[in-house]
Design a protein around this ligand. Sequence first.
Ligand SMILES: [Zn+2]
Length: 109
Amino acid sequence: MLLDYAKYDRERAAESARANFRRRRFDEGTFACDVCEWSPPAVIMAMGVPRVLQAHHIVAVSAGGHDTDENLLLLCPNHHAIAGALRRKFTQRDALLEALRRSTEHADA
Ligand SMILES: [Zn+2]
């Protein structure tokens, strides 16, 4: 099948936006999961793998979401996996963050 170049371009642009977002959060000193505040240990950062914190589009680019800070979250791999599963259910930042926080709470019983 031929390459869908428009789709390829959109995906590359989204990739670049996510990289810029991670970089900006690193520069701002807020390089931690927006849900659990986990940040990569120094040994991981020294290996040059800042992707262990992942940028998540709240509304997917393919669904009309934009590459803006309002539409992006910085998440650890666990919360990113859960956010992917919840994407269709929550399209508002606050509602998604609340659902993500609840998703990893442990019952005290
Ligand atoms: Zn997290």
